[in-house]
Write a protein that binds this ligand. Sequence first.
Ligand code: SF4
Ligand code: SF4
Length: 343
Amino acid sequence: MESIQNRANIPPNMCFFTWDIHYACNFKCTYCFFCDSWEEQKKKNRYPGLERWKQIWDDIYKKYGGGHIHISGGEPFCYPNIMEITKHLIKNFTVEFDTNLSWDVDKFMSEIRPGKVKFAASFHPQFSKFEEHLVKIKKLKDAGYDFGINYVAHPTQLEKMPYYKQKISQLHVSFDVMPFRGKYKGKEYPLSYTEEEKRLIESVDKNTASRMLEAYSPKKKEEQKKEAIKVEDKNNNKKIEAEKHKTNDPTAHFAKTNKHYHKLCRMGQMYTKILSNGDAYRCCLQKPEGLLGNLIDGTFKFYEEPKICIYDKCPCWVAMITNEEENWLFHWKTPKIKQFLRK
Ligand code: SF4
Ligand code: SF4
């Protein structure tokens, strides 16, 4: 049997799981990634039941130690038995929810104590009333749950954003702005924000939004292109072509479009993206070559070493590239996890 390395000794020192638990939601936000395809998305969902999930996550814990499970979707709190699943998961993992906070927070607080649960709660003005939302945030925050609010900077939602931020900040809760990614009135975002809109977004959220805007900006893309060209120059076009013939590597030209091409990446060793059918991929790119197996079928396993990236692009702004830890380690931190790590 292949020996399994102790993840506590490998940066970022614990495994991370992004789990799209199912594609279903009680809201239907117009800017949602799935707004035009909910019925199609729902067909991918698998519901193996509470006992099977307990077994799956216990097996993962035995193999890889504790870690952080970021549960997303859709809306996780519409998933059958989510409270029971959570109670079981927090025995060995910390859990983070992307949620619209439309559920009964009093019930949750009476059943699951703070300490191992984090909320990346979103506020969606299309479906939630701000004052009611604020009451829920305050209750959870006062009870001691780790908490932050995400807000989509859709062009129609910019005007009241500073007000929401101010009210939420008064509760000492962070307010992260997510630049809108998609089309609105025929324009592609975030590229189509005006300078004024960008200034407004950056004034409300200097950290996350600014970093993301920078990562998606045409200027940045231009820089990345230049950097990729530099890599290409360095290696020399002819050399790449020669290599292509020699190794029969059909991906060699991706050096032009992916600044991480052929670098060692720990995604797949320390991170996996799990879809609602149980398929687990090396990273968000979900390339067939990056399939690590299926959790529900029991075929999932992490790589035991970092592997080179052979993809045409890298969509991850905090990809776990070896020897470039200063660019991503800050993001993969969940201090409360330490108590679960294997010695
Ligand atoms: S709450 Fe989230 S998952 Fe649900 S429709 Fe809105 S953006 Fe999509
Ligand atoms: S695409 Fe990015 S995150 Fe995915 S393996 Fe390549 S470098 Fe890593």
